[in-house]
Design a protein around this ligand. Sequence first.
Ligand code: C5P
Length: 222
Amino acid sequence: LADGPLKGRRILVTSGPTHEPIDPVRYIANRSSGAQGTAIARALAAFGAEVVFVTGPADMPAPGGVEVQRVETAQQMLAACETALPVDAAVCAAAVADWRVASASPSKMKKTAGGLPQLEFAENPDILAALSQRAENRPGLVIGFAAETDDLEANAAAKLKRKGCDWIVANDVSEAMGIMGGTENAVTLITQSGTERWPRMSKYRVAARLAGKIADVLTGSD
Ligand code: C5P
């Protein structure tokens, strides 16, 4: 482990998409690359933290020097996060699927003449809300992300309240910004004490700046 301001701190990071099975060969997914979550795990490790990196299926290689837990579904991601507790902080950067197929077929669904499959959905657990609202072993600092296309700050502030987390890193993912899948990000950090608009910078710079803020809070130098 690197020496640094987060030495001795254990931090959970969720990253990547989740895959929700339809049958053994098909799934529902989203376009998350895992780039921002991976950069955050790397930056926290570089600051000396013991990082538990819970990642859905992403192409991005996991950073070195972190404990990697690979999961597929939202339910598995929640279980892996709960197993990682207690932690000093949790950063929920994963793009968790909001719904799963209520009962995935145990065998490959067959194409039948004239028939179309009917999928029924069930709601997935909200990992960020679950961690934020725990009665026992709540992480000292819980950070969520909000990808919005409209009314960024108002929506992100409402999300902070609804989920019960401490900070929200909000980003504008309207197409014009070219953020999804890109190497840069322009974020607004919302905490109970205010709003900071950060200039556009690389996802790694966003991660390093966030890691610095986390270190300030956990070590009381803020
Ligand atoms: O509600 P929304 O999906 O916009 O919230 C985004 C934030 O919530 C992200 O931090 C994401 O990692 C987290 N989240 C979660 N579990 C879900 C849905 C979202 O942890 N099922």
